[in-house]
Ligand binder design. Structure first.
Ligand code: 5RP
Length: 237
């Protein structure tokens, strides 16, 4: 196992210790979240009683195979806790997510949780969001061209995500435009702006959503609480 994978495993397993009997828990998507889910499965076999809402079909399949009881957000609209990975984390705890394609359900689950905990290895920490990492934008297939034009007008460089030579589709059946911005100004403003574009279903900016962040680095797992940000302190995107 690579050093990075070991760190993902360490932080994923640590996060599983935050789960308590009786909780309804949101399960993230990705390699770091998988380590969390695997440890949670062990705890369920050891007698932990929980219900979980998955953020993707991959996560649902994994959790189900481990004996974790699944429920839907429709049935359980309020979660006690959600735990998920991230692609970039800035010093204020704002995130880019969705390189794994699950951004739409991930954001719904994170919003539904009383506590949203982000888990990552230290390579995900950046001084500024959006440098060297696109913002995934999930769009209605029939409006892909129109959305691409709008994203270009905003200064972005949208590229349709491909897989095995074909257009990638999310679990919801939609394409993703991976959009490079060469640095995000204000993630709060850009997140709102992107979602206001006709044809956009969701985007991978998660500003001000993380309540707690666990990072694995060479010295172990460190935890920090992102600062809360006043509503008035907003800049241009
Ligand atoms: C999936 C995500 C993942 O949380 C993100 O891509 C991080 O993945 P990994 O833990 O594999 O690095 O947002 O949509």
């Amino acid at each position: 196992m690579s050093v990075q994978e070991e760190r993902k495993r360490e932080v994923g397993r640590r996060a599983a210790e935050l789960v308590r009997d009786g909780m309804v828990v949101g399960l993230g998507t990705g390699s770091t979240a998988n380590h969390f889910i695997d440890r949670l499965g062990e705890r369920v076999r050891e007698s932990l009683q929980i219900r979980a809402v998955p953020t993707s079909q991959r996560t649902a399949d994994r959790a189900e195979a481990l004996g974790i009881e699944l429920v839907t957000l429709e049935k359980c609209p309020r979660l006690d806790l959600a735990i998920d990975g991230a692609d970039q984390i800035d010093p204020d705890g704002n995130l880019i997510k969705g390189l794994g394609g699950a951004l739409l359900r991930e954001k719904r689950v994170a919003r539904a949780a009383r506590e949203f905990v982000v888990i990552a290895d230290a390579s995900k920490e950046v001084s500024h969001l959006g440098i060297g990492c696109p913002i995934p934008v999930e769009v209605e297939a029939i409006r892909q061209e129109e959305v691409s034009r709008s994203l270009r007008a905003l200064g972005g460089d949208p590229r349709p995500r491909m897989r095995d030579g074909r257009l990638y589709r999310t679990d919801n059946g939609n394409p993703i435009l991976d959009t490079h911005f060469d640095g995000v100004g204000d993630p709060f403003v850009l997140e709102e702006h992107l979602n206001s574009l006709p044809g956009v279903l969701e985007n991978g900016l998660f500003p001000g959503m993380a309540h707690r962040i666990l990072i694995a680095d060479r010295s172990g797992v460190r935890e920090w609480i992102p600062p809360t940000r006043p509503e008035t302190d907003r800049q241009d995107p």
